[in-house]
Design a protein around this ligand. Structure first.
Ligand SMILES: [Zn+2]
Length: 510
């Protein structure tokens, strides 16, 4: 039996207790009540936290890729997503086990107890081995996991890659051509085999296996149809798809299908309550209505969208329509450290810019924002039952925070609610203890599950030997020569797209 005590305990965003404790038995919350009552009922229980702590449900990152080190750490600054693709193709990548362990450490230490890893290298003969490596590595850290293998069976090099090739001089054409030649059918077959194996072997209460067909514009209709059928055959497996991250993706969809990507997904039966659209920045009003009507979700990656200059997702409008919007970090956070609390604050900030009507456009509430990183996120990952709250019967995933800087630096009024103060003053670095599935993963800021210094040593040693081998000088030179053609291609793509009227008004030219 374990008691977790706090001066403030957030059971869910509507239920906040003062000087209370949660009682954990095995993997679940057995009960909660006042500290005096819990202490007298369970005098022999171990106790974590004290009368000054803040106890909250473990946070959930509904969209990341578990890449460990960030591009910035690898010496590459962020740029427009399309430019970044060229830049990232020449940087060092850690093996899966090191990536996943580092991502888990960064999430856990900030109070995030569940991560969704959507894949980035789930192809080829080593795909299964690499996925298992990642999953095992997460498991060792103690984090709860949703894992979605991800591949693309079209538009792999860039949007409309066949036509892009025609714009290139011979030397560059020959450089790009091999990257646009692949067997779409074989990629889809390999993906579905991989998904079925992982689902059979790894889909447990600690590691859900979801469908993650990369991009909406990177999947053929045939592939999507097979994914839809597979999800249905497993009783509605969640399907997570990067969708309309850039205006170029919207332009391609209108050119190719004569409608928006969201409408196209709906036509082929991919838009339902088990679908989550990652990013969802370049939606139309009609798209938002359709997503709401179908009960689909989106994930909001506020800092990531700014880092790669995608724009701002119209989250305020989606929430007003009742769409389930969840938080995703996507490996690109404000402080480059995967701090979920900081990202929730970023979401709150971005929801403050929809317009200038003093009465009709209130910002989202702290409860709405915190739900994005708890219950809303749980729902997108198929964890909606008993996750994201500390109600009786819920999974025992929670974080204990010190409140010195949040409440006593040197004084904070009690007029505001604890969710308000957590959202506007809390930081991942305030987290002291973390429990996942009833297991103490971090105690007094020390990992109880893995040797973090040992992991850091392995990562330093790996990059020391591999950093300069990530790309040949010939490849780096070819990528540089390609860049102006790549820019031209993407510039022309937007010629016929009307993006003159934004959802969010932030300034005016006249
Ligand atoms: Zn992503």
């Amino acid at each position: 039996m374990l008691l977790v005590r706090g001066g403030h305990v957030i059971i869910d965003t509507g239920t906040i207790l003062k000087d209370a404790a949660i009682c954990i038995e095995n993997e679940t919350i057995k009960e909660f009540g006042s500290w005096t009552e819990m202490q007298s009922k369970y005098p022999a229980a171990n106790v974590i936290g004290d009368g000054t702590s803040l106890v909250m449900p473990g946070l959930i990152d509904a969209h990341s890729h578990g890449r460990g080190l960030s591009p910035i750490q690898k010496g590459v600054l962020y740029d427009y997503l399309e430019n970044a693709f060229l830049d990232w193709s020449a940087m060092v990548y850690l093996p899966n086990d090191l990536c996943s362990a580092l991502s888990a450490v960064r999430h856990l230490r900030g109070g995030c107890t569940t991560i969704h890893h959507t894949g980035w290298n789930d192809e080829g003969p080593k795909a299964l081995e690499q996925a298992r490596q990642a999953i095992n590595s997460y498991r060792e850290t103690g984090i709860r996991l949703a894992y979605s293998p991800a591949v693309r069976d079209r538009n792999r090099f860039c949007i409309d890659e066949g036509d892009f090739l025609k714009t290139l001089p011979a030397e560059l054409h020959d450089f790009v051509l091999p990257m646009t030649r692949y067997d779409a059918r074989a990629i889809a077959d390999g993906y579905l085999d991989l998904f079925e194996t992982l689902h059979r072997e790894e889909d447990t209460p600690m590691s859900r296996v979801l469908h993650g067909p990369s991009w909406a514009h990177g999947s053929t209709d045939e592939f999507f149809t097979r994914i839809r059928d597979s999800a249905n055959s497993h009783g509605g497996t969640p399907i997570h798809i990067h969708t309309l991250q850039t205006p170029h993706q919207r332009a391609w969809s209108i050119k190719t299908f004569g409608c928006s990507l969201v409408e196209h997904l709906d036509r082929i039966g991919l838009l339902g309550p088990n679908t989550t659209l990652g990013h969802a920045v370049w939606l139309s009003e009609k798209d938002i209505d359709l997503i709401a009507e179908r009960g689909a979700s989106t994930t909001h990656h506020g800092s990531c969208n700014l880092h790669v200059r995608n724009g701002i997702s119209p989250v305020w409008y989606m929430m007003r329509k009742g769409i389930n919007v969840a938080l995703g970090i996507d490996d690109k956070s404000l402080n480059d450290d995967d701090d979920v609390l900081m990202e929730l604050r970023m979401s709150a900030m971005l929801s403050r810019v929809p317009g200038f009507d003093l009465a009709e456009m209130p910002p989202l509430t702290s409860g709405q924002i915190l739900s994005m990183g708890t219950t809303n996120a749980a729902r997108t990952l198929g964890f909606e039952q008993n996750h994201g709250t500390l109600q009786v019967g819920a999974a025992a995933d929670l974080a204990v925070m010190e409140t010195g800087s949040m409440l006593h630096d040197p004084w904070t009024s009690e007029n505001l609610s604890i969710p308000d103060l957590l959202l506007w003053r809390g930081k991942g670095q305030d987290v002291r203890d973390v429990i996942v599935n009833g297991r103490i993963v971090i105690r007094d800021r020390k990992f109880q599950t893995i040797d973090v210094e040992g992991l850091y040593g392995e990562i330093r040693s790996y990059v020391k030997h591999h950093e300069t081998k990530a790309a040949t000088p010939e490849r780096i030179s070819a990528l540089a020569k390609l860049r102006p053609y790549f820019h031209d291609w993407h510039r022309k793509m937007l010629d016929h797209l009307d993006i003159s009227e934004p959802f969010y008004l932030v300034n005016g030219r006249h």
